[in-house]
Ligand binder design. Structure first.
Ligand code: PEP
Ligand code: MN
Length: 351
């Protein structure tokens, strides 16, 4: 259910409606918009009696949201969600493209800094690198854990790039929330509802990757879990789904980008690295992702891909990433977007 406030409703009236909703045992989610505030109502004890709220001062109308996802829906918030990163000028969800780059996993300080220096120079505003790796085999490299988080925060300190790294359970999520700027929830955990709720109570924005066989509705419902706990800063990420095609690791579903944008106000990035699993396909699909309207890219880059402990075959050489950025800037210009360089080139002491 959604309470639409009048265009000139006062803050006090909005607060009054929120208090009433909470008193009735539901949760109120005020979403200020350009012309008016809407208040989403969530809870699992059935519908609120419509008349109760309709009569309150400042209320324009009370509407039933028929879609299963509420807070992620454009019905609740018409304008795109823009996520800002104070102190850096970097954003996700605006006209500027967010470029996230880095190795699959942080393997050592030396490796992480070597990659960071190159992706920073090429113009990435965000640095990625796994500290906790959800691997198919228990015998594969599982990540350096907190040591990697420390390395990542040194990278932020040195280069000013914001840090995105994956959490795989409650404990790692608390640590990632403390050290990083964005908490990644991976494809394998997209429907780990307990983890999603925990992320909904975290301070930092969450990058939610699409599950390997998730429908659009399942993807949006997973995001809804995070918003329903009060964390409205969610970034979606298409990373390919499993199909019968075997010429790539996954099938990158670029059609999901405009589909998401029609239904939801949340930003969506595209990850052509996991989406294809093949280095030679990453740049062409990055161009396509930008052309189709993605809000940014997530790209794996390694200084020595042949020696990488995970995802070497899909990791770009730094020179290839330079070329990717050049091409992406050209396509961005055609679709009226750009790769902002604000706060990227100078070294800022973050946090
Ligand atoms: C990753 O980003 O390194 C990763 C493990 O991604 P996904 O969850 O999409 O497989
Ligand atoms: Mn990877």
């Amino acid at each position: 259910m959604l309470v639409v406030m009048k265009a000139h409703a006062t803050e006090e009236q909005v607060r009054g409606v929120c208090e009433k909703i909470e008193k009735l045992g539901y949760r109120a989610h005020p979403m200020p918009g350009a012309t008016r505030t809407a208040i989403g109502i969530t809870g699992n004890k059935g519908e609120v009696e419509q008349g109760t709220l309709e009569e309150m001062p400042g209320v324009q109308e009370v509407i039933q949201v028929s879609k299963p996802y509420k807070l992620v829906s454009r019905d609740v918030k018409e304008e795109n969600t823009l996520i800002r990163f104070p102190g850096s000028g970097a954003t996700i969800g605006g006209m500027g493209l967010a470029i996230v780059a880095g190795p699959c996993a942080i393997e050592s300080r030396e490796q992480a800094f070597a990659v960071a220096a190159r992706v920073h120079r090429a113009g990435a505003q965000f640095f990625r690198g796994g500290a906790y790796k959800p691997r198919t085999s228990p015998y594969s490299f599982q990540g350096l854990g907190e040591e990697a988080l420390q390395i990542l925060s040194e990278i932020r300190q040195q280069f000013g790039m914001r840090i995105i790294t994956e959490a795989i359970d409650h404990d790692s999520l608390d640590l990632v929330d403390e050290y990083a700027d964005v908490i990644q929830i991976g494809a394998r955990n997209m429907q780990n509802f307990s983890l999603l709720k925990h992320a909904g109570r975290a301070k930092k924005p969450v990058l939610l990757k699409r599950g390997m066989s998730a429908t659009l509705e399942e993807f949006l419902m997973a995001a809804e879990y995070i918003l329903s706990e009060g964390n409205y800063n969610v970034i979606l990420c298409e990373r390919g789904v499993r199909t019968f095609a075997d010429h790539t690791r996954n099938t990158l579903d670029l059609s999901v980008v405009p589909a998401v944008q029609r239904l939801s106000h949340l930003p969506i990035l595209v990850d052509p690295s996991h989406g294809t699993g093949k280095r030679n396909k990453v740049t062409p699909l990055s161009r396509a992702a930008v052309a189709v309207g993605a809000d940014g890219l997530l790209v794996e880059v390694h200084n020595k891909p042949d020696e990488a402990l995970s995802d070497g075959p899909q990791s770009l050489f730094p020179d290839q990433f330079d070329e990717l950025m050049k091409q992406v800037r050209q396509i961005a210009a055609v679709v009226g977007r750009s790769v902002p360089e604000i706060g990227v080139r100078e070294t800022v002491a973050a946090k």
